[in-house]
Design a binder for this molecule. Structure first.
Ligand SMILES: *Cc1c(COP(=O)(O)O)cnc(C)c1O
Length: 430
C-alpha cells in the first residue's frame, strides 16, 4: 500500500535531491584549438570579393572538408547558425515568390520562418503520432498545384521517412530540404539523416549534440546548389558582378552568414566527439526506456524500423484515457520528485499568430497576398488533429541533451517514474 504523502507533490521525500550534471562537449581540447586561432590573430579570413578567400579561411575550409567526409556528401557549407543555413537552403532552390512550401508544425520556428523570409507560403502538414515527423499522407493531401518544396525536420533525434518523401517529391516535382538540427548521426537504412534530401543541414548551437556556441552546416550532393549556397552566405552580389553573366550569377540576394575561424576550429574539434556523444545519449536513453517498460499508459520513443535514434528529446506519450489522470498532474508530480528538463507538449507552429493571422509584414499580407484569397483563408483555419491533440493532451518530453544522464541518474529517473506510477490513485483522487 502506498500512502498519499509518499509523493513529493504532497510533502513526501523527493527521489532526486541534487541537480544532475550538465551535458557539455566543451573541454580542454576545444580551448586549445580556439587559442591557436586566437594567437594567429586571423579570426576570419573571409572577403566578400573575388579570390580564394571568398570561400573563407583555413579553419572554415578544414571544417567543411571534414564534415563532407564524415557525412559522405559532396559539399558541406558552413554558416553562422542553422537558421542561416535554412534561409540559404530555401533561397538556393530559387522558387518563385508565392509558391507553397510544406513543413511540419512540430519543429523549431526557424524551419518555417525562413520560408516566409523568401516570400514563400508555409503550409503545415500533420505529424506521425509515433515518430512526430511529417506524416506522408497528410503531406500528400496538402500538395497543391502551387507547391514547390517540402522542408522536413528530423525531429527529436530520429530521421523522417526519407524514402517516402523522396518518392512524393518525384511524383509531384518538388524539392526536399531536411532540417536535421536535432539529429546529427541519426541513420536510416544505412544513410545519415539529412544527406538524402536535395539540401540538408545541422546546428551547432549550444543545446545541440555538438556545439561551437553558434554555427551550422549545410550539406548537399548538388554542385549547383553548393555554389548558390556559398554565394548566398557571403554577399553574393559583390562577387558576382565580376563574373561572367548567367541567370544565377547576377542578382542573387546575398547575406553575411559567415562562420568565424574560432568557431570553425571548435566545430571541427567537436565533430571528433560526435560519435561518443551520440553513443552515450543512446545508451542512457535505451536504459531509461527499459526502466519504463512496465508502466501502463506510457509510451516511450518509438524507433521506426531502419532508424537509429540519437535522442535530442526523449519524447513520451500518455494514454490519458486509460490512466484517468491529466498529463499536467503527472508532470507536476514528476517535477516534484526532482525530474528536470521536462517539457509539456511541443510546438504547434501553425497556431502561432505569425502564421495563423498571416502577420509577416506589418499592414501587408505578403506573401499570402500572392496566393488566392480562398487558399489563404483555408490556411488560416487549417487544423492538424494529431499534432494538436498530442500538444494539448498527451505528449511530454525530457531534454536528453541537457544533462549527461549517468547510469545512476537514469536509475533515479526510473525510480521517480515508478513512484509516480504506483501513486496514480492518489493523483486521481486529488
Ligand atoms: C536548433 C534548431 C534550429 C535552429 O538552429 P540554430 O543553429 O539555433 O539557428 C532549426 N531547426 C531545428 C529543428 C532546431 O532544433
Amino acid at each position: 500500500m502506498t500512502s498519499k504523502n509518499d509523493l513529493a507533490l504532497f510533502g513526501g521525500k523527493k527521489v532526486i535531491t541534487s541537480p544532475f550534471k550538465d551535458f557539455s562537449t566543451i573541454d580542454e581540447s576545444d580551448e586549445h584549438v580556439a587559442m591557436k586561432v586566437l594567437k594567429s590573430k586571423r579570426l576570419s579570413q573571409y572577403i566578400g570579393d573575388k579570390g580564394q578567400f571568398f570561400l573563407g579561411g583555413k579553419e572554415v575550409r578544414n571544417l567543411e572538408n571534414k564534415f563532407a567526409r564524415f557525412f559522405q556528401v559532396e559539399s558541406a557549407i558552413s554558416v553562422n547558425s542553422w537558421t542561416s543555413g535554412l534561409w540559404a537552403a530555401i533561397g538556393a532552390l530559387g522558387l518563385e515568390p508565392g509558391s507553397e512550401v510544406i513543413t511540419s508544425p512540430w519543429t523549431m520556428a526557424a524551419t518555417a520562418t525562413t520560408i516566409l523570409h523568401w516570400n514563400l507560403v508555409p503550409v503545415f502538414s500533420d505529424i506521425d503520432p509515433n515518430t512526430f515527423n511529417l506524416d506522408i499522407g497528410s503531406v500528400e493531401s496538402n500538395i497543391s498545384s502551387n507547391t514547390r518544396a517540402i522542408v522536413s525536420p528530423d525531429i527529436f533525434g530520429q530521421s523522417a521517412n526519407i524514402e517516402l518523401l523522396i518518392k512524393l517529391c518525384q511524383k509531384y516535382d518538388l524539392k526536399l530540404i531536411s532540417d536535421t538540427a536535432q539529429s546529427p548521426m541519426a541513420t536510416r537504412n544505412g544513410y545519415f539523416a539529412g544527406t538524402k534530401a536535395d539540401i540538408g543541414g545541422f546546428s551547432f548551437n549550444y543545446h545541440k549534440h555538438i556545439q561551437s556556441g553558434e554555427g551550422g552546416m549545410i550539406v548537399t550532393n548538388n554542385s549547383e546548389y553548393a555554389e548558390r549556397l556559398q554565394l548566398l552566405r557571403n554577399h553574393g552580389e559583390v562577387y558576382l558582378s565580376r563574373l561572367p553573366k548567367s541567370k544565377w550569377k547576377y542578382g542573387i540576394l546575398g547575406m553575411n552568414m559567415r562562420l568565424g575561424e574560432i568557431e570553425s576550429a571548435i566545430a571541427a574539434n567537436q565533430l571528433d566527439k560526435l560519435e561518443t556523444s551520440v553513443n552515450s545519449r543512446r545508451q542512457s536513453a535505451e536504459a531509461f526506456t527499459k526502466g519504463l517498460m512496465n508502466l501502463d499508459g506510457l509510451r516511450t520513443p518509438v524507433v521506426e524500423q531502419g532508424n537509429d535514434h540519437v535522442y535530442y528529446v526523449f519524447g513520451l506519450d500518455l494514454d490519458v484515457d486509460l490512466l484517468g489522470v491529466k498529463r499536467e498532474k503527472i508532470v507536476r508530480a514528476l517535477e516534484s520528485e526532482g525530474v528536470m528538463a521536462l517539457e509539456i507538449g511541443y510546438q504547434n507552429l501553425h497556431l502561432l499568430p505569425l502564421f495563423r493571422e498571416q502577420l509577416t509584414y506589418k499592414g501587408n499580407a505578403l506573401p499570402y497576398s500572392l496566393i488566392s484569397r480562398k487558399r489563404a483563408n483555408f490556411l488560416k483555419r487549417q487544423s492538424l488533429p494529431i499534432a494538436e491533440s498530442l500538444h494539448k493532451k498527451s505528449f511530454f518530453g525530457i531534454g536528453w541533451c541537457v544533462f549527461e544522464y549517468s547510469q545512476t541518474e537514469v536509475q533515479l529517473l526510473v525510480e521517480a517514474f515508478q513512484k509516480v506510477w504506483s501513486n496514480l490513485d492518489h493523483l486521481r483522487s486529488e
